[in-house]
Design a protein around this ligand. Structure first.
Ligand SMILES: [Zn+2]
Length: 71
């Protein structure tokens, strides 16, 4: 059995990004302001609204839907 490091990425399915989806705009659930984040953010990241200063923990569902929870 070859020891191929690329084999560890076999859950990388290009047809659907799902939870691995990255977002570049935070739409704040508190104040509805949109904060552009050029570095992108995804599941498990913490993001800060530049308008009201609220911080949110990012969760991305299996279907690639963004959820924000106050952190
Ligand atoms: Zn806000």
């Amino acid at each position: 059995m070859p020891n191929d490091p690329d084999a560890l990425d076999d859950d990388d399915e290009p047809r659907d990004e799902g939870r691995r989806r990255k977002f570049r705009e935070l739409e704040c659930p508190e104040c509805s302001a949109v904060t552009p984040l050029d570095d992108g953010f995804g599941d498990g990241d913490d993001v800060l609204c530049c308008y009201c200063g609220m911080e949110f923990r990012v969760a991305v569902s299996e279907g690639g839907r963004l959820k924000l929870r106050e952190s």
